[in-house]
Ligand binder design. Structure first.
Ligand code: 5GP
Ligand code: ZN
Length: 135
């Protein structure tokens, strides 16, 4: 991908604080971290986002995410870690090369939690049915 910033990092065309590399995957620190040790894990094979990526790519990546997350937690003395991917601009995706965020969490770090809301059981059941029909 010509204009993909993460492909450029993978190809060493621009620098990054690389913390893990093998033939299929790369991990490096986020340039604007949410917390100390915030890292990104990317497959070397470009896909724009989570849902367009190949199952095999995800299968290969997940154990590496686990290994790197453990190292990030140890190195930062984190008490927890958020492991997530943003799919689509509406979900906050800015870089369209699949990546997983590893965000170390510390007690009292005051990072905003998801705004949970109440929902009627009937509405919840309808949504559950609609999702099942689409699987
Ligand atoms: P997204 O919002 O797409 O899920 O996350 C993209 C992340 O990539 C952001 O947290 C942003 O700080 C990070 N980022 C964007 N450009 C660069 C870069 O050139 N180098 C590094 N290390 N991180 C970047
Ligand atoms: Zn890319």
């Amino acid at each position: 991908m010509n204009n993909c910033i993460f492909c450029k990092i993978i190809n060493k065309e621009i620098p990054a604080d690389i913390i893990y590399e093998d033939d299929q995957a790369l991990a490096f620190l986020d340039i604007r971290p949410v917390s100390r040790g915030h890292a990104l894990v990317v497959p070397k094979k470009h896909s724009d986002d989570f849902l367009s990526s190949e199952d095999q790519v995800l299968e290969d990546l997940m154990p590496k995410i686990k290994k790197i997350a453990a190292a990030v937690m140890k190195a930062t003395n984190a008490e927890g870690i958020n492991i997530s991917t943003n799919h689509g601009a509406a979900a906050g995706q800015v870089v369209f090369h699949l990546h997983f965020h590893l965000i170390p969490r510390f007690g009292g770090d005051r990072l905003t939690a998801w705004p949970h809301q109440e929902i009627e059981p009937k509405t919840r059941a309808e949504i559950a049915e609609a999702i099942k029909r689409n699987l």
